[in-house]
Design a protein around this ligand. Structure first.
Ligand SMILES: Cc1cc2nc3c(=O)[nH]c(=O)nc-3n(C[C@H](O)[C@H](O)[C@H](O)COP(=O)(O)O)c2cc1C
Length: 347
């Protein structure tokens, strides 16, 4: 069995809201960070951007992630955020065209000098350590991660997370763990830990990724969507520490049901106008992979008032978990969802 390393919930826009991050921590994750937030909005004190970098006292360390193609905005944002953050994470991995067309995110990998100048100035401006998250390069012909990682290590970044794909790959193909291994070897003499990211979906792939990369930590993204218990399962299955699963010995459906109920409690606890913004998407994600989810999902989607979605979802989970149905497509849950779909959302 590989030695225990910290597990990171990957930053994911539209997924890793503060309640979901607290949920992931309770479910076994060791580190979380906010979804990427535009330095252009933060540096101009835009309220909606600042709402994206909200945290909670139980989220420690607090690691807001920022992106942007304009160096001065990134520097000013690092300065502002460092008054409340424990670490600032700079995003050089996002492949979304609306980000890369402003030469931000993974597009920054095309110009190492520019990226390094930005990192250097953000480190100078920040009162707290700075970490970086990057891809391999912009395409298979322009792999810049080796040069960039080494120069970031020389600058003294706290850690380097590498998603083993290029910008042009987006999410296609397999993550290249061999290249992450090379980055680990490059950063090692500088004492900078490298976190491996890409295609870790359970204990087996976690162990294999560690074996190939020798990384100091693992980051999990899509595998944690609708399944935050993945972190605890990896720890349990790899015999790491004595993780005490809050879901007891529940099976996969029971774990998702636990996670959904706990997520709702956390959203309630956090409150405020933004806490529940991803609720509907999460509700639907929690059904994925379970029998009958395909039939149930469109009915959940049709519910306009996201606060009502828990009723049919709980009914479906309960029917499945107590074995009165062998599917999530519980007719009573579907009928209930149908009855709720015309309710308009009113504040
Ligand atoms: C829905 C979604 C949103 C994402 N948003 C971000 C983001 O805000 N910041 C970031 O650095 N990466 C973002 N990513 C990339 C992930 O953090 C991660 O690098 C990628 O999904 C590969 O890891 P995985 O194979 O475990 O999913 C996002 C990925 C997904 C699927």
């Amino acid at each position: 069995m590989p030695e225990q390393v910290p597990l990171f919930l990957a930053p994911m826009s539209g997924v890793t809201d503060v309640a979901y991050r607290l949920l992931a921590l309770e479910a076994g994750a060791d580190f979380t960070s906010t979804e990427f937030t535009a330095a252009s909005g933060l540096s101009r004190q835009d309220a909606r951007s600042w709402a994206k970098v909200e945290t909670h006292p139980r989220e420690a360390p607090f690691i807001p992630q920022i992106f942007g193609g304009i160096e001065d905005e990134m520097v000013e944002t690092s300065r502002l955020l460092s008054k409340s953050a424990d670490v600032i994470d700079l995003n050089f991995g996002c492949p979304a065209p609306k980000v890369t067309k402003t030469c931000a995110g993974a597009a920054m990998m095309a110009d190492p000098d520019n990226l390094i100048s930005m990192v250097e100035r953000c480190i100078q401006a920040s009162e707290v350590p700075v970490s970086v998250k990057m891809r391999l390069g912009t395409s298979q012909n322009t792999i810049t991660v080796f040069e960039i990682a080494e120069r970031c290590a020389q600058l003294g970044v706290l850690r380097i997370c590498v998603h083993g794909r290029t910008l042009s790959q987006k999410y296609r193909g397999d993550a290249n763990w061999d290249m992450i291994r090379q980055v680990v070897d490059i950063a090692e003499p500088y004492g900078v830990p490298v976190i491996a990211n890409g295609d870790i979906i359970g204990a087996k792939s976690a162990a294999r990724c560690l074996e190939v990369t020798g990384a100091s930590g693992l980051m999990i993204g899509r595998g944690a969507i609708g399944d935050p218990c993945i972190f605890g399962r990896i720890k349990t299955e790899l015999g790491w520490g004595d993780f005490d699963a809050p879901w007891g010995d529940a099976n996969e459906a029971g774990q998702k049901h636990w996670a959904w109920n706990r997520y709702v409690e956390l959203v309630d606890e956090i409150g405020g106008p933004y806490a529940a913004r991803n609720m509907k998407q999460h509700a639907i994600s929690f059904t994925k992979g379970l029998p009958g989810s395909r039939e149930l999902r469109p009915h959940l989607h049709a519910i306009k008032d996201f606060r009502l979605i828990g009723e049919p979802l709980n009914m479906a989970f309960e029917g499945y978990a107590n074995r009165s149905h062998n599917t999530l497509a519980v007719p009573e849950a579907i009928a209930m969802a149908e009855g709720l779909k015309h309710h308009e959302f009113k504040r």
